[in-house]
Write a protein that binds this ligand. Structure first.
Ligand SMILES: NC(=O)c1ccc[n+]([C@@H]2O[C@H](COP(=O)([O-])OP(=O)(O)OC[C@H]3O[C@@H](n4cnc5c(N)ncnc54)[C@H](O)[C@@H]3O)[C@@H](O)[C@H]2O)c1
Ligand SMILES: O=C(O)CC[C@@H](O)C(=O)O
Length: 526
């Protein structure tokens, strides 16, 4: 039975789902050193934002197949290292959207009405009404940085509160913003106009310290800033100084550059700052959602099924996988075949999707073909997760073309590999729903089911060749399961594909190549 480690606190429902297929260790208090020590035993790891899955952890994870992040942000996982090692990373992109958006709105309201400070004051026995005069959000301008899932929900609520909305998100269209009642502006304009600024972007090199000494200087002195997205989007020292000196009115921060937040000047401030310990996703509903979402994906992957929200394997949604399953097998087989025929280094792979495939999402087929192509070199190190990255790192240029007019088969795939030894091409199609057929090699037409051991010859179409190869194999006790020849013209060049029950004994290939008329022979394992 596979083993899954849960190293952050997750809802019990997640543990129950994982327990259907795995032995689960629930250890939410592990130190980094303990994680490093334990990880080699596990096939799956489920985390929230607390566990840091570093390259070192991934290096030590000899059998890990999947990392599930019960939440959105995967910045606590070294995705590059996981991808390189072929470990799938999945998350829950929507499970805590509402929770995080509502936390941002709650912080905005709490800041505006001094809720936190007034509560502490009253509990301390005081009744100081005049000290807690707030401001209304109605008709004020909220500047939303990042109009994705959470930013969009914040926009909807802000609109209902009667706020004007400006937004900055270079990756969304003006129409989408308009639908949300937001006006897209550039970042500097947003900083100038906003009474409230709320951040809903991932932390990237572009967004790191997007609020800093300089940009704070562009804002109104009455501005209130909310960060429920990621620590590091705000320069904490700069915002501390701005708050301390009254250059801005307030800030509410749920996330910090270093978590848990240690010694920090921010703790010394009064009502102008509200700090919460990364609570954006902490609602019962969100924790149930993310636990189910991610545990189900880990369970499915351990059962050999696809994941629906893989971070490092784009495009392979379950419905796509289901529809293209047989074509993925075909693409992988063809990639493997052309890789072995081309031999050694491959500089470029052209992938042509023909017939009905011309209208389909090419990405999964490209990934499958590359996985097959790299399998002879990388064996089990290459998989659907890392095939694209491995190919890119090896300098394989991939191009894809489409030909919907091709009508010999309902859907077929043509691969052309280029390398220092020249060009080799293969085509394949499905017979019926899912029977894989190789339908051409170097444009010689054939129709052969791939088999584990194959002998392929390029030869001259002349009497005796097939007999000679057959008796040669027989004399070495190699049983032939099937044989087919493809040619374009009588007595011209031809190709022969022989399916063998056993691998060709070492050293025989050279002898086959010495048969008069045979130009080149290959053994291929599919
Ligand atoms: N505090 C919490 O507990 C909590 C909970 C959930 C999510 N989050 C964080 O909230 C953030 C937003 O999550 P989401 O689910 O809305 O993500 P999302 O991917 O749906 O949206 C992010 C948006 O940011 C935009 N963006 C990217 N780079 C940008 C840039 N340089 N400038 C402006 N916009 C940019 C993208 O186009 C996208 O629309 C993430 O960082 C996530 O990790 C925090
Ligand atoms: O695990 C958490 O509670 C935080 C989750 C949040 O930061 C996220 O990115 O989804």
């Amino acid at each position: 039975m596979p083993k899954v480690l849960v190293s952050d606190a997750i809802d019990q429902v997640g543990v129950d789902i994982l327990s259907q297929v795995a032995q689960v260790s629930y250890e939410p208090e592990l130190s980094p050193a303990q994680l490093l020590e334990k990880i080699p035993e596990y096939d799956g790891l489920m985390i929230r934002s607390g566990t840091k899955v570093t390259a070192e952890v991934i290096q030590a994870a000899g059998r890990l197949r999947i990392i599930g992040r019960a939440g959105v942000g995967v910045d606590n996982v070294d995705i590059q290292a996981a991808t390189r090692k072929g470990i799938l990373v999945v998350n829950s992109p929507e499970g805590n959207t509402i929770a995080a958006a509502e936390h941002a709105i709650a912080l905005m309201m709490a800041l505006s009405r001094h809720i936190s400070e007034a509560n502490v004051s009253l509990k301390a026995g005081k009744w100081k009404r005049s000290q807690f005069i707030g401001v209304e959000v109605y008709k004020k301008t909220i500047g939303i940085v990042g109009l994705g899932r959470i930013g969009s929900h914040v926009a909807r609520v802000a609109r209902a509160l009667g706020m004007q909305i400006v937004a900055y998100d270079p990756y969304i269209s003006a129409e989408r913003a308009q639908q949300l009642g937001a006006r897209l502006v550039d970042l500097e304009q947003l900083f100038h106009e906003a009474d409230y600024i709320t951040l809903h972007v991932p932390r990237t090199p572009e967004t790191t310290h997007l609020i800093n000494e300089r940009t704070l200087g562009l804002m109104k002195p009455s501005v209130r800033i909310i960060n429920c997205a990621r620590g590091g989007l705000i320069d904490e020292q700069a915002i501390y100084s701005a708050l301390k000196e009254g250059r801005i009115a307030g800030a509410a921060l749920d996330v910090f550059e270093n978590e848990p937040l240690g010694e920090s000047d921010l703790r010394s401030l009064g009502r102008e700052v509200i700090l919460t310990p990364h609570l954006g996703a902490s609602t019962e509903e969100a924790q149930t959602n993310v636990a189910i979402d991610v545990a189900e994906q880990i369970r499915d992957v351990l059962l050999g099924l696809p994941a629906r929200s893989a971070v490092n394997i784009p495009g392979l949604r379950p419905e796509v996988m289901q529809e293209l399953k047989a074509y993925l097998e075909l693409a992988e087989t063809l990639g493997n075949l052309v890789g072995q025929l081309a031999g050694g280094r491959i500089d470029a792979l052209d992938i042509r999707l023909q017939g009905l495939l011309a209208a389909k999402d090419a990405q999964p087929i490209v990934v499958a073909a590359l996985k097959g192509l790299l399998t002879p070199a990388l064996r089990e190190r290459v998989n659907f997760v890392n095939a694209l990255l491995e190919a890119r790192e090896r300098g394989v240029r991939v191009t894809e073309t489409r030909d919907s007019s091709f009508a010999d088969y309902a859907g077929s795939i043509h691969l052309l590999a280029r390398g220092p030894e020249g060009e080799r091409s293969v085509t394949g199609a499905l017979l019926g729903e899912n029977e894989v057929r190789i339908t051409s090699i170097d444009d010689f037409p054939i129709s052969v089911a791939p088999s584990r051991f194959m002998l392929i010859t390029l030869h001259r179409d002349m009497p005796g060749i097939i007999g000679k190869v057959g008796s040669f194999l027989g004399s070495h006790n190699v049983n032939i399961a099937g044989m087919q020849v493809g040619r374009k013209m009588v007595r011209g060049n031809a190709v022969m594909m022989v399916s063998l029950d056993d691998p060709l004994p070492e050293g025989l290939l050279g002898e086959i190549e010495s048969v008069p008329g045979i130009r080149k022979a290959y053994t291929v394992n599919l």
